[in-house]
Design a protein around this ligand. Sequence first.
Ligand SMILES: *Cc1c(COP(=O)(O)O)cnc(C)c1O
Length: 462
Amino acid sequence: MTKKTDNKHAVKHHLHPFSDNAQLKKHGVRMMVKAKGIYVYDSEGNEIIDGMAGLWCVNIGYGQKKLAKIAEKQMEVLPFYNTFFKTTHPAVIRLSEKLVEITPRNFNHVFYTNSGSESVDTMIRMVRHYWSSVGHPNKKIIIGRWNGYHGSTLGGASLGGMKSMHEQGDLPIANIVHIDQPWYYGLADDNESEEEFGIRAANWLEEKILALGADKIAAFVGEPIQGAGGVIIPPTTYWPRIEEICKKYNILLVADEVICGYGRTGNWFGFETLGFTPDIFTTAKGLSSGYLPIGAVLVNDKVTEGLLAGGEFNHGFTYSGHPVAAAVAYENLNILDKKNIIEKVRTKTGPYLRKRWQETFSKFKYVADIRSEGLMCGFTLVKNRETRELFDDFGSTGLICRDIFFKNNLIFRACGDHMVAAPPLIISKKEIDNMLAIASACMREFEEMMDKKLKTDTDKAA
Ligand SMILES: *Cc1c(COP(=O)(O)O)cnc(C)c1O
């Protein structure tokens, strides 16, 4: 299928992110050359369904000509100017107004970055600067969650709860701690209801606060639904209880909306779906549907007021509010808005995918915890559904499954042994059916393979 010789040449000079580059040099990579709608096409001419919207970001789908035109025009008129030294430009003003229009009423300010990681690092500095500006310089500790993902910069990787990332580069940085994730299937006690577990998981935050001292804690940060951790959807009781705890102990509540933001869960933002209101939230990915790199940190009035009292915020990026990225992001939001794309996710394609996702995967015996919210869905590969026993070496089975999908021209992702999908928001019901028909065939192949593998393992052990 893939011509390995060409594709080895492709990695000759490129160190790929999140990759074993020695393996890539041996086996080559798959080269994507164009895309349209929910499809990407590789250099061999295969049409591939992109069940992951790139990296959870191409919300609006591929091939939106309007965005290309806007970028071209903006490049001709004003390709770059900065927003550091008492200057601005029309594109960033327009985008800021649009963002304020689509966010809740008490969000009236935006800080621009170029990525999710930069948004998270900006938020970390902002939160700590806020507390010192309002007379609480000792409130520095930020609480994240195990298995959370907040990017790859020093701050983002520290706040994230990926142990494999902490192991490289001396992380976490100081004053970052973690609590456990609200994963009902994996962490609930026998006979505990989802609602009860949600409260108990939220109370882990209170326990951590009491252990460390509320006067030292600046913020709690979480993804409304954990994305790269495997689409972990918390019980409905979780976030309201978290919000209550943050208020009680005077701790800022931060949502990392880099995946959930801009329509993924059927509302503009994940916190609307999950039922809470943060003080700050970080975004990127869907802001421009990935057409250009741009991120934004949205700040509520209370935090803004504190920051304004604190004098100069010594922080920013050359490309903060880049005119071309800002113009494209504005048009992306405009299209999401005018074409009611998010409403369709909430009322039509989201519920349809949930039903079909359940039907499709409940047929397979190594599958458990089938879940979805909006166009973000997952299930977990398990050795035994009855006893909830996971496969050994968490993550290795996911990769086997992922590779079967990939070989069959369907992109899903393995996050450990959680299989996840997050297609472009413009996917139709018919395209959902096609996607799941392929997925079903892949799962049959996977099941046969695992049957054989487990049998060989038992034979060996006997
Ligand atoms: C992807 C992601 C990030 C990091 O974004 P980059 O643009 O890759 O730096 C941060 N937080 C969450 C929740 C993400 O999914």
